[in-house]
Design a protein around this ligand. Structure first.
Ligand code: CA
Length: 646
């Protein structure tokens, strides 16, 4: 009897005592600790013993219960090793070998199992999501709030862009992930009052870097943002009430059992894990099969230099000829083609393009009831019946893809629309580009006909204002570490015009970056479909070496490597296409950047072409022989670039 009492006492003790479990990365350097101390589900992350995320909350508040407190962590942990390879031609790396430790932690409340938290840990990323279980006869719930948070170590600095308020900006089209970044900022702020858009970059003092984002968001959830609080805490925030003109709920509904999107944390001592991570694609799966083999590639578009007035039949003919002269595969026909060209003449253009080997992308306005953007065609992409009829017509005349603009928000109803447009477009063999839109979250793998998204202050702003031109290099030095590292970025840049107008005359906004800078960003900015901001006049008014490189630059890549850089100051990276390496860099730093870099990808004795700028930003290309140490000295002046190609 006495013996039994001791056992019982031990049992009670262990039920009250906090559980703590750990999972480590395959190389043992990253450790995640999961706990239920004081009934609060939490986790923390160290790298080589150094804290990168300190004790941070987990949990869900739902309409069937508050599962963010009074929770207990189960004894049993299901742990396994994931080792798989996949091929994805439209991201930074075509073949990915994914090795991760998966560990599943079960959380209960009052003896009832509520959810698992599933962790996947690689040598550079921690990803986790919740799997919520049915409760008796309850097979559905609404997630009112996530307790999910990220506490950054004291003294961390931030590289963030604010979420804008809903129904603001041009024709009430915001939020559309088009806000300016602040680099090296302190913690404890909350953007413009509405938090920050993913991905979010943090510098852990001199100990390393942390990128927080999310992936796997589809019609089964909403897109989220990061809300800033005191003491280094950032939490998952749901969409704002006013998005989509107030229609649709901010709280995602979940059928049970059901899984939330993945929250991802990429970390390391250098920026290499951040630039090279594939976590956004590793943890998601294709949601349907491709209906055809999709062809990516390069193209031109008149709108970026000529604006709305250039969407005319004759001008588009001229740009088809230009695309053909560049060896490009497409032409993007932008807004107002339905009235300024007309459906019949679009068919003629498509036919002419086919003869020249140039396929068309057509622009559409997504609205709809959610903004006032007047550009047409409108009222087609928001509606299943009209959309499918239109897509059938496009398929019949050989249109390659669509660019859908002005989508406003991250609510579940908006995610449903993204998914419906993508799924319908796949049935008609069309690629899809989104503009004025949210961040793609794993979509390159989830939706095989997804091409690219804007979700950045893109090239249009260079046309709109001198201030954007003045900041072009600063922004270009951020994208490889933030926006573009988690998803394809349709920037539409690499202009070789000196001025953003159709005659390249000295008026309007002036490009202050160099020609080598333009070439370097064509390599640095990753998107499998690129419509460059080049114009037919560049065939004669741009340097021959510049237009020559724009004819050879690829848009799909097999590998990426971080070389050097600091967000907002300068960036140097390498991309491989087939067996050919492209090293590209740009600088926004006042003083000329001088670097000695090692390039093991070039054999000693090999000759490479080095495109570089002098202090006056005049570019040139020179042959250079790779020395025995495979080292090269580089200089990049402010607003200039560097490019090294075999
Ligand atoms: Ca835009």
């Amino acid at each position: 009897m006495k013996y039994f009492l001791v056992i019982a006492a031990l049992f009670v003790c262990s039920a009250i005592k906090a559980e703590e479990k750990q999972v480590t990365s395959p190389n043992g350097k990253i450790t995640v600790t999961i706990s239920d101390k004081d009934g609060q589900p939490s986790y923390s992350i160290t790298h080589n013993g150094t804290p990168f995320i300190t004790s941070s909350p987990l949990g869900l508040v739902t309409n069937i219960g508050d599962f963010s407190k009074e929770m207990s962590l189960g004894q049993e942990v299901r742990s396994s090793v994931i080792d798989e390879t996949y091929t994805l031609p439209n991201i930074k790396q075509s073949n990915v070998h994914y090795v991760a430790t998966e560990a599943v932690y079960q959380f209960s409340k009052q003896e009832k199992v509520i959810y698992d938290v599933i962790f996947r840990v690689t040598d550079r990323d921690v990803a986790f999501r919740y799997k919520m279980y049915p409760q008796k006869n309850t097979l559905s719930c609404v997630i009112k709030q996530e307790a999910t948070g990220f506490v950054l170590p004291d003294g961390s600095t931030t590289f963030l862009c604010p979420q804008s308020k809903p129904m603001g900006g041009f024709a009430r089209t915001s939020p559309s992930y088009e806000t300016p970044y602040r680099a090296d900022d302190s913690m404890g702020k909350n953007g413009w009052g509405e938090g920050y858009t993913f991905p979010c970059l943090f510098r852990n003092g001199d100990k390393g870097w942390i990128l927080i984002s999310e992936t796997g968001v589809d019609s089964k959830y909403c897109g989220s943002r990061l809300l800033g609080h005191e003491n280094g805490l950032y939490t998952i925030g749901f969409p704002q009430e006013g998005e989509m003109n107030g229609n649709g709920t901010t709280s995602p509904g979940l059928a049970l059992p059901g899984e939330t999107p993945w929250r991802t944390i990429t970390l390391g001592e250098t920026l290499a894990p951040i630039v090279e991570t594939t976590v956004a694609f590793d943890v998601v799966k294709p949601l349907y099969a491709a209906s055809r083999k999709y062809e990516y590639g390069r193209g031109s578009w008149s709108w970026i230099i000529g604006m709305d007035g250039s969407t005319k039949y004759e001008e588009q003919l001229r740009y088809i000829d230009f695309s053909a002269a560049m060896g490009y595969q497409s032409l993007l026909v932008d807004a107002l083609w339905d009235t300024q060209i007309g459906y019949d003449k679009i068919e003629k253009l498509a036919k002419y393009g086919t003869e020249k080997g140039v396929a068309l992308y057509l622009w559409y306005n997504s609205n709809g009831y959610w903004n006032d953007a007047p550009q047409t065609p409108r009222g087609i992409m928001d509606n299943t019946i009209a959309r499918r009829k239109e897509m059938k017509w496009m398929q019949s005349i050989g249109i390659r893809g669509i660019k859908v603009d002005f989508l406003g928000g991250d609510k579940q109803v908006t995610m449903q629309m993204y998914e419906d447009i993508l799924a319908d477009a796949n049935e008609y063999g069309l690629l899809v580009i989104f503009h004025g839109c949210t961040l793609p979250r794993g979509w390159e793998r989830m939706y095989p006909n997804y091409a690219s998204s804007e979700a950045v202050l893109a090239s249009e702003n260079l046309h709109f204002s001198q201030g954007s031109c003045d900041n072009e290099a600063f922004n270009a030095c951020l994208h490889p570490f933030i926006r573009n590292t988690v998803g394809s970025m349709d920037f539409g840049g690499s202009a070789l015009n000196k001025y953003y107008n159709a005659t390249n005359a000295p008026r309007g906004s002036r490009r202050i970056t160099s020609d080598v800078f333009a070439l370097a960003t064509a390599v640095m900015f990753q998107s499998p479909v690129q419509h460059f901001a080049l114009a037919p006049n560049n065939l004669t008014d741009a340097p021959e070496w510049a237009i020559g490189f724009m004819k050879e630059v690829p848009t799909t890549w097999d590998e990426v490597r971080f070389i050097d850089g600091y967000p907002g100051k300068y960036a140097v990276m390498a991309r491989r296409h087939g067996d050919k390496w492209y090293i590209a860099g740009v600088s926004a730093q006042k003083e000329t950047v001088k670097l000695k870099i090692t390039l093991p990808m070039f054999a000693p004795g090999n000759q490479v072409r080095v495109f570089s700028d002098n202090e006056e930003l005049q570019g040139s290309v020179k042959p250079v022989k790779v020395n025995k140490k495979q080292e090269l000295q580089l200089t990049i002046p402010c607003n200039g670039g560097i490019l090294i190609v075999e």
